[in-house]
Design a binder for this molecule. Structure first.
Ligand code: ATP
Length: 374
């Protein structure tokens, strides 16, 4: 295992920046996530670390070695790509065994050791019953687990996994997440995992970076990023359903600082007020409220945010429901429990405590409140 470090890495394709001035370090043995929407640059980052693409600028380190210019096969990383790249002329067994039988490694393992390793990882990934199958006889989810097994069978300096469980059905994906995390922890191998799926990232990664358009938006543990998103993009990207954002105005009058949201005047107090006074130079702010921080009431709430709106679509997720409202031209989502009647078309009051608000600068989207403790 080895730490992986990127320093001011930029990658352009023609005139377009796929990655721009990206720096981060993934510690030895860490399960590190690259989370971002499609086109953010996740695959490009993995390709740069693996040596499949050359950086336009900056440097990349694996362990203590700067690897720019080092051929991929000498970087000692094992990759699993979203497109599998399985060998069609080999069966499942042959594919999984391949890395241990490659010319540079075949002297290291006897055939009985290869067999034990293949059977072990195949059992872990629940593909042991498929070992004699041809690749063409597999479903997408089975192919993906074969590709993952072929990667994990090695003990390299680092695993680079690109959406490595994206094509599994929900139940299997849930179980493979914990299998993969457990396997990685037991081997202690540094792992960089790229995904657009926040659940994959949150479930498995020790730390992650959020990337957008080739730039880092935030780095930290999933918990820190959830509670203290650095800006509005991160706040609305992490968490399900996404955080609701309302346009609001700050009003300073008679020694009070209030947020005017819809027709509610919500006084700010304590550290929240201090942060807003110190950092907001304009009247306009954006207020973020997580869907579970809004409650639905039949009568107008006496305190805090109170907005009346018509109940729209209701989504049922078993132990919770998501209720949609149309407010000020935006879709507002409220997460409520599974119990209690709720009827589309009826009016409800949305209630929220200002203590739960996230405040963003309307000028640049940066978080004003709450920010991570220093
Ligand atoms: P996805 O989740 O859809 O796989 P991603 O975050 O992995 O997306 P990348 O595949 O790294 O994103 O692409 C980042 C940007 O670089 C995109 O705008 C993409 O169009 C561009 N790009 C990637 N590879 C090439 C290439 N070989 N030539 C030109 N542009 C490329």
């Amino acid at each position: 295992m080895a730490r992986i470090r990127l320093e001011e890495v930029t990658k352009t394709f023609g005139d377009d920046f796929a990655i721009e001035g990206l720096s981060f370090e993934c510690a030895e043995g860490e399960f590190f996530g690259l989370l971002g929407p499609s086109g953010a640059g996740k695959t490009t980052i993995l390709n740069l670390i693996a040596g499949l693409e050359a950086a336009t600028a900056g440097s990349i380190w694996i362990g203590d070695k700067r690897v720019d210019g080092v051929e991929p096969r000498f970087r000692d990383v094992a990759c699993a790509f979203e497109n599998y790249f399985l060998y069609p002329h080999l069966n499942v067994y042959g594919n999984v065994a391949f890395p241990l039988r490659s010319p540079i490694r075949k002297h290291e393992n006897s055939e009985s050791e290869v067999k034990a390793a293949v059977e072990g990882i195949a059992t872990t990934l629940q593909i042991d019953h498929l070992l004699d199958r041809k690749i063409t006889q597999l479903s997408g989810g089975q192919k993906q687990r074969v590709a993952l097994a072929r990667t994990l069978i090695r003990t390299p300096a680092a695993y680079l996994l690109d959406e490595a469980i994206a094509h599994l059905d929900a139940k299997l994906r849930h179980s493979i997440r914990s299998v993969l995390k457990g396997y990685q922890q037991s081997k202690g191998i540094t792992t960089v995992y790229a995904t657009p799926d926040q659940l994959d990232a949150v479930a498995m990664c020790d730390r992650l970076i959020i990337i957008r358009a080739g730039r880092m938006e935030q780095i930290g543990s999933a918990e820190d990023i959830y509670h203290f998103p650095a800006n509005e993009f991160v706040a609305t990207y992490v968490g399900y359903p996404p955080m609701n954002i309302f346009r609001a105005e700050l009003v300073a009058e008679g020694g009070m600082l209030t947020v005017r949201l819809d027709d509610a005047e919500l006084p700010l107090a304590g550290a929240m007020r201090q942060a807003v006074e110190d950092r907001i130079k304009h009247r306009e702010v954006r207020v973020g409220i997580r869907p579970h921080d809004i409650a639905l009431r039949e009568d107008r709430p006496a305190e805090g945010l109170a907005i009346a709106a018509e109940i729209g679509m209701v989504e049922h997720y078993g132990d919770f429901r998501v209720v949609h409202f149309r407010i000020g031209g935006s879709d507002v989502r409220v997460r409520i429990g599974a119990e209690g009647a709720i009827q589309t078309g009826r009016k409800a009051w949305l209630a929220a405590d200002p203590d739960k608000f996230h405040l963003f600068s309307a000028a640049d989207g940066r978080t004003v409140w709450p920010t991570a403790p220093a």
